[in-house]
Design a binder for this molecule. Structure first.
Ligand code: GLU
Length: 302
């Protein structure tokens, strides 16, 4: 039997232009998928309508194009997949895994036992059914009293106790929108993604996503989280920082900076080379063993 084909992906959120952190995720996921002779898919995570910035998706596509990225197949737009997400929610409901929740944020904050990774832990108020007269707002999934673990391609063995770290989490929000955690899992599954390479800011979401894959009986992809981008002062880089300039002459410099950020050593001869040549070097030479766990973003006035 031949080895299974690798399918990687890049999944930017069009909440602004392509910034250095997302370019790093694009470069890392691209090089690793292509090096394995695999496919590389592009998904536009435009699910959170209120946060989508008009024109940002086009800008991201233009930046990727300038950098010489080539993706396989059509772009998947999350905003067009509500029916599919609903179908999966219905499936989870039929298995008794989700429940309606009537709590407002204020109520949760007031009665949360403690604060978890992403704010107050849901105190379980509606877990056994809604109290009389309460109106359902969000839909949550029950999480088990157990640890979800995985071996990250860079950070190694990683685990999380879902109940104490995040609690029963939301799959459909009070405003009716499907949650990121659900959409990512459904999309990765439906498009056959088996190699997830993305920024370390998402490592805390991975156990939730693995748990969802397991609830649905789906194959769990492998995960590799790329180093956290720190600014020159050692602080986590804000997403607003460093929008990529849309000029081809700068695209090459940005790609080289992204490769160096990832611990790779592109030869000096690639300075000034066309972006596609720089990417091809990355595909041929990318070494996970050289990637650091944390790295400072270079000065980007390039
Ligand atoms: N859309 C997310 C972001 O831009 C990435 C999601 C993922 O790779 O799973 O941060």
């Amino acid at each position: 039997m031949p080895d299974k084909e690798i399918i990687g992906r890049f999944a930017p959120s069009p909440t602004g232009p392509l910034h250095f952190g997302s370019l790093v995720a694009a470069v890392g996921s691209y090089c690793l998928a292509r090096q394995a002779k695999g496919r590389w898919l592009l998904r536009m995570e435009d699910l959170d309508r209120p946060r989508v910035v008009p024109g940002a998706a086009d800008e991201i596509l233009r930046a990727l194009d300038l950098c010489g990225f080539e993706w396989d197949g059509d772009i998947l737009w999350q905003s067009r997949r509500d029916e599919r997400y609903q179908e999966v929610l219905d499936l989870l409901r039929s298995r008794g895994l989700v429940f309606d929740c009537a709590c407002s944020r204020r109520e949760i904050v007031a009665s949360a036992p403690h604060v978890g990774e992403e704010g107050p832990i849901y105190p379980g108020t509606c877990r056994q059914g809604l109290a009389k007269g309460r109106v359902p707002r969000a839909l949550r999934i029950r999480v088990p009293d157990g640890v979800v673990g995985f071996c990250d391609g860079l950070f190694g063995p990683t685990e999380q106790h879902l109940q104490t770290a995040v609690g029963d989490f939301v799959l459909r929000r009070a405003d009716g929108l499907f949650a990121y955690q659900l959409a990512v899992v459904v999309d990765d599954h439906d498009t056959g993604v088996n190699q997830v390479v993305r920024g370390a800011d998402l490592i805390g979401s991975t156990p939730r996503q693995i748990y969802l894959h397991q609830c649905l009986g789906w194959q769990v992809p492998t995960y590799l989280h790329l180093p956290l981008a720190l600014d020159q002062g050692g602080e986590k880089l804000s997403k607003r920082h460093g929008a990529m300039p849309l000029e081809v002459s700068r695209a090459g410099r940005w790609l080289l900076a992204a490769l160096r950020f990832l611990g790779q050593k592109p030869p000096a001869g690639l300075e000034g080379a066309p972006p596609s040549e720089i990417l091809a070097w990355g595909v041929a030479h990318f070494a996970v063993t050289a990637v650091p766990r944390e790295a400072a973003v270079p000065a980007l006035e390039m």
